[in-house]
Write a protein that binds this ligand. Sequence first.
Ligand code: PGA
Length: 388
Amino acid sequence: MYEAVELRDGDKGKYLGHGVSRAVKNINEKISEALIGLDPIHQYQIDQALLDLDKTENKADLGANAILAVSIAACKAGAAEKEVPLYKHIADISGNTGLLLPVPAFSVISGGKHAGNSLSVQGIMILPTGANTFEEAMQMGSETYHHLKAVITEKYGADACNVGEDGGFAPNISSFKDGLDLVNEAIERTGYNERIKIAMDVAATEFCIGTKYDLDIKSPNKSGQNFKSGEDMIGMYTQLCTDYPIVSIEEPFDKEDWENTKLFSSLGICQVVGDNLLASNLKRIERAIHESTCNALLLKLNQIGTVTEAIEVVKLAKDANWGIVVSQRSGETEDSFIADLAVGLATGQIKAGAPCRGERLAKYNQLLRIEEELGDQADYAGERWRLS
Ligand code: PGA
């Protein structure tokens, strides 16, 4: 609801209404006319021209999909013109001096809207915080993922190993605890133990009914029987963080439930990440900082719509001493821009899905390339990954 508008054609007879020919036309006509002659090195100027052309607050006129595509293309062109790597160009335009390889949050169990199982939580992730390099993090994450496949196969059979939108396995479990137990067992099998931490993307907005949370919303026979209040949810999260090595919980409450999000954050138990709550939107982030609602930003580029605005909100979050997680979308492409963005802005964390499916691996492969290119200069965020 608070995201920048993704312009779709709406013609149900074509691509079920999801076509983007209007957005493409906007690029080829209105946008190209406004930008021809500008220098892509000056990202701010390009993005300002795009905003001036659109004029709406949520990019509804041209479409954030049209605007962001051009903003990213200009950024890549700027790097090419300067003959520097993209992450370096992003660091330059943002004024950031220290490049940093992020800790990856690999989705390993998928639920919520990302999978057809009965699990209400959208994702369980593993974070190789104890790795020394990104390459090692990749190895640790991949090995754990494949151990998890074996654990799930043993318990639920091979057909429980189909994957969800972001590549996590989607066994037909319904409780958070069952998912966490599977992941814990996989971590134990790798022997990495405390070098791998767990994060959850609850996406609670999807199962909030009024002021209550329906944990069994996806189990048709049980839906409505497991309603939890905000207070119950805080109790549940607190217990889970004691029982499992959970260091981060994303969207623990509904996007309008500022009060419970703040209450939970104030306990200081783990990183509390705002996704739908913040929608990468400047005003909502300012409010959350002012009210101490959460302590980390989930940055989704197409929620905000231009590279310049993404840099602005990252700066805001950094000044507030928040954690920053650059994020995928569930519907992804093979574009790997967010990998360079995470390094160039030194965000310290990236969530790009499982170590599986090409559109997810495109980001991780780019991070491997960047680390290789940086050689001795490469710095992995694991060591300094701290909770606010
Ligand atoms: P989305 O979320 O389904 O809104 O794209 C993806 C995510 O948070 O990982």
